[in-house]
Ligand binder design. Structure first.
Ligand SMILES: Cc1cc2nc3c(=O)[nH]c(=O)nc-3n(C[C@H](O)[C@H](O)[C@H](O)COP(=O)(O)OP(=O)(O)OC[C@H]3O[C@@H](n4cnc5c(N)ncnc54)[C@H](O)[C@@H]3O)c2cc1C
Length: 241
């Protein structure tokens, strides 16, 4: 029997089922959780006891996000994924791939923002020449491209470690952190070079500015990535570690 609510569930209003991490016993927070596959719909309608509220977001409008409520929702025991009490461990393992893939998907998105900005600033003339012809502009874009390529290299390194069966937790956390930071830096710098056009709704750079802001928050915020990296560095205060 499931009771409670889950905030921030991506694609909830379209999903047929969800993978739920729920407390299945009392006690230690790392050993009292299990993963459960919960069917959300029957004959195209939400099952009894399940309700949802769609959340209006700043960006990422291509996917919906909802708060999901459970009121005495039953699922058979066979829907539990793996062993009882191992849910937290499974979830932490899954997070490494989610975080690395999150960083990976941003490399092309960021390069696209830079390319769009090159095209726009080449075309747009102010004071008799292209905006792009100002050294501060083309140098800055070169710096941003370099940062994105450094991120790509770190992602390859993490993927190599993972594919060889090693533990990529620290590298995946670094890639996710760096991707989040760059999503903010690249989109903000590029939007600036679009001038007033950058502050309008209907252009690719302002959409990227809104959409890519999520990466520093979703899948574990930047500060959680920093905490994991500190754990690996052995620099966390004793109690937190
Ligand atoms: C659009 C969207 C879609 C999402 N989809 C899903 C989904 O499908 N499934 C799912 O499970 N989750 C999903 N999430 C949830 C997402 O993973 C969380 O929002 C994220 O992990 C941050 O947690 P929180 O919102 O509870 O922030 P909080 O825990 O309230 O933290 C708020 C802020 O406090 C700071 N902070 C938190 N902890 C620390 C710390 N230890 N030290 C220093 N600073 C700290 C950080 O800056 C953080 O951003 C989604 C979120 C969004 C916005």
């Amino acid at each position: 029997m499931i009771n409670g609510s889950k905030m921030w569930i991506t694609n909830a209003t379209q999903a047929d089922w969800m993978c739920l991490l729920a407390n299945t016993s009392e006690g230690d927070v790392h050993r009292n959780k299990s993963l459960i596959c919960v069917p959300l719909r029957e004959n195209g309608k939400l099952r009894p006891g399940i309700t949802m509220n769609k959340i209006k977001k700043v960006g990422m409008w291509a996917s919906d996000t909802a708060q999901v409520f459970f009121d005495d929702v039953r699922v058979p025991v066979r829907n539990r994924i793996g062993e009882e009490g191992k849910g937290f461990t499974y979830q932490m393992r899954q997070f490494q791939e989610e975080r690395l893939s999150g960083a990976t998907r941003r490399v092309t998105a960021l390069n696209n923002v830079i390319d769009e900005t090159i095209a726009y600033t080449r075309e747009r003339k102010a004071f008799g020449r292209s905006i792009l012809d100002n050294q501060s502009v083309h140098f800055r874009l070169a710096e941003l491209r370099t940062e994105v390529e450094m991120l790509r290299s770190a992602i390859y390194r993490a993927a190599q470690v993972h594919m060889a069966g090693g533990d990529m937790t620290e590298l995946a956390s670094m890639c996710k952190l760096k991707a989040g930071r760059l999503c903010r830096e690249v989109t903000d710098s590029c939007l600036q070079y679009w001038g007033g056009m950058g502050f309008t709704w209907e252009n690719k750079v302002s959409r990227a500015w809104r959409d890519l802001r999520l990466i520093s928050i979703g899948g574990g915020a930047d500060e959680i990535m920093l905490t994991i990296i500190c754990k690996h560095m052995g620099t966390l205060p004793k109690r937190a570690a």
